[in-house]
Design a protein around this ligand. Structure first.
Ligand SMILES: Cc1cc2nc3c(=O)[nH]c(=O)nc-3n(C[C@H](O)[C@H](O)[C@H](O)COP(=O)(O)OP(=O)(O)OC[C@H]3O[C@@H](n4cnc5c(N)ncnc54)[C@H](O)[C@@H]3O)c2cc1C
Length: 533
């Protein structure tokens, strides 16, 4: 490696430019840090697309304890209670931080923060911006603050492809520079993984294409422990007009009284749960899934409840509908469940440390244990900022700040070897369809084993690092789902439809463990005739 040891000594590199990565960089200032991200800041991040807002007990009468209790209840027995209490107690301070960075949260007539309510929260506790524009506004404010902070170096349009590990400790990263397709190496004493989720592993997802589990895969390939990978939250009401990613019709629309109907006009959720459309996300997602699977289709009908107020109340959703040729004021919106949020991720402790020295993780890429088997609405942006701040504090406590930054480029950059993009695209499409069909809203042992067999084959044939990482991330999810022989939270097995208290614990595996599980699943499964994966 052709880099200077001085730069390696105490440099911090943050992978990812979503809310977790940017917040961590700002909290580390004035320490010099490099933020490396696959797209320009603001693009390619789920954070910019968040609609509902951030949960925090800031309203009169609400408490951090009540917020923690709701978080624990949503997580179906797997929430790390200590982590949840820490998160909800620190939430109001982190909201004050965002206000200081210039986030224009909505206010009421008296100038106090306007607080909304979302499903499964026992109090009004969601701070928002212009109705459904929270993510965009937060990211704009953070991006402005980042650009005004001279200690932060941005490497945009760089895709991290590997963690550099020596003696079990991460000491840098290798990345692909997209514009000239050259590889660079960046040395670091501390690497913070904030690369977001895995939604794009699925054919139907609300996530941007960059949410493809690459951070998860490179951490696993470096030997990090991965926790709770089987728990993927499916949003029940993505707008199903063929868009990829599928735009989201946010939960708040159901909160305002919109109902779910099938093609015959029947309201199907009322028969499935007393809370009907406002039942937990996994229950609504399965209800929608069942109607679609039965050929009756599923539609969100806001005509009676919101009607003419729709464009102003939900401008983002309204624009998405109009772009797809649907007017939600006059007609029901076709919807389908879509991969939305990954509760699993790189296992961290309360300080954001992973199982590898030199590697921290925050945001959706991390698994802190606060979400357990199911995430409470609007807790993910919150987890991102709370634990990003904790990571920054931990790193600052370990290393003295430097006065100047030595640009850490590897002089000996290599061109990437020739690849076959068309074949990689074809494999990626195949994998995404398989994940939606076999590792999606409803799962069973046989289907999971078939998916695992196909994933192993695709990884073996992978002709690009990106596809290999895609397959590794898929393998981690599918093998964990195969091993959990019960239904809990967002993980539903139709061959084991009930929770099993003997399995009520979190999981943590290395990639080697996942590969061993894959061998076991393939061995146990009946041989599958060619072409039926
Ligand atoms: C449509 C939608 C609506 C949502 N609404 C809400 C909501 O109202 N409230 C809420 O709490 N949560 C919401 N969520 C979830 C929430 O937005 C995410 O969980 C959160 O933003 C994740 O933040 P992050 O910083 O971890 O990741 P992201 O914001 O996804 O950022 C990840 C970053 O990593 C970069 N990256 C990825 N791979 C690489 C790589 N290999 N190399 C370099 N960079 C890489 C990406 O380009 C991006 O910059 C929503 C999500 C979606 C998709």
């Amino acid at each position: 490696m052709a880099w200077s040891r001085t730069a390696e000594a105490d440099h911090v590199v943050i992978l990812g430019g979503g809310i977790a990565g940017l917040f961590c960089a700002l909290k580390l200032a004035p320490r010099p840090v490099t933020v490396l991200t696959a797209r320009p800041i603001g693009e390619g991040a789920s954070s910019s697309w968040a609609q509902g807002g951030i949960a925090a007990a800031v309203a009169d009468g609400d408490t951090a304890e009540a917020h923690a209790r709701d978080t624990i209840a949503a997580g179906a027995g797997l929430v790390d209670a200590q982590a949840a209490y820490a998160m909800t107690r620190e939430a109001p301070q982190r909201i004050r931080d965002l206000l200081a960075y210039g986030v224009p949260f909505d206010r009421d007539l008296e100038g106090r923060l306007a607080i909304g309510r979302e499903a499964a929260h026992s109090a009004r506790r969601i701070v928002h911006v212009k109705g459904d524009r929270a993510g965009f506004a937060i990211m704009q404010a953070l991006a402005r603050a980042i650009r005004d902070t001279p200690s932060i170096t941005l490497l945009e349009d760089h895709v991290a492809q590997a963690l550099l590990v020596e003696d079990g400790r991460v000491h840098g990263i290798r990345a692909l520079r997209r514009h000239d397709r050259r590889c660079i190496s960046v040395p670091a004493a501390a690497v913070v993984l904030a690369t977001g989720g895995i939604g794009h592993l699925y054919a139907i997802t609300t996530n941007p294409p960059e949410a493809r589990g690459e951070g998860l895969a490179i951490a696993a390939a470096a030997g990090a422990l991965i926790a709770d990978a089987e728990f993927v939250q499916f949003h029940p009401t993505a707008i199903a007009t063929g868009g990829d990613p599928a735009p989201l019709a946010s939960e708040a629309i159901r909160g305002e009284g919109a109902i779910l109907i099938n093609r015959r006009g029947e309201r199907f959720m009322a028969a499935l749960h007393p809370l009907a459309e406002l039942a937990a996300r996994d229950i609504v997602a399965r209800g929608v899934f069942a109607e679609i699977a039965a050929g009756r289709g599923a539609f969100l009908d806001a005509r009676g409840s919101i009607g003419a107020a729709f464009p102003e109340a939900f401008p983002t959703v309204y624009q998405s509908c109009i772009a797809a040729g649907i007017d939600p004021v006059r007609e029901p919106i076709p919807v389908a469940p879509a991969a939305h949020y990954h509760m699993g991720g790189v296992k961290t402790d309360a300080r954001g440390r992973t199982s590898l020295g030199g590697l921290w993780a925050a945001g959706e890429a991390a698994s802190t244990g606060v979400h357990g088997a199911n995430r409470l609405a609007s807790n993910s942006l919150l987890e991102g900022i709370v634990f990003a701040a904790r990571v920054a504090e931990d790193i600052s406590g370990l290393m003295a700040p430097r006065r100047s930054l030595i640009l850490p480029f590897d002089q000996a950059a290599d061109r990437v070897a020739g690849t076959s993009p068309a074949l990689a695209d074809q494999h990626e499409r195949e994998l995404r369809a398989l994940m939606s069909r076999r590792v999606g809203v409803v799962r069973d042992g046989e289907g999971l084993a078939a998916a695992i067999r196909a994933i192993v084959r695709i990884e073996r044939e992978a002709c690009t690092p990106a596809l290999r990482h895609f397959a590794i991330a898929a393998l981690l999810v599918a093998t964990a789902a195969w091993r959990r022989c019960e239904s809990r939270g967002a993980h539903y097995r139709q061959d084991f439809p009930k929770p099993d208290s003997s399995q009520a614990r979190r999981t943590a595996v290395t990639l080697a463990d996942a590969r061993a599980l894959a061998d076991e699943a393939i061995l146990q499964a009946e041989p599958v005739p060619a072409g039926v994966e």
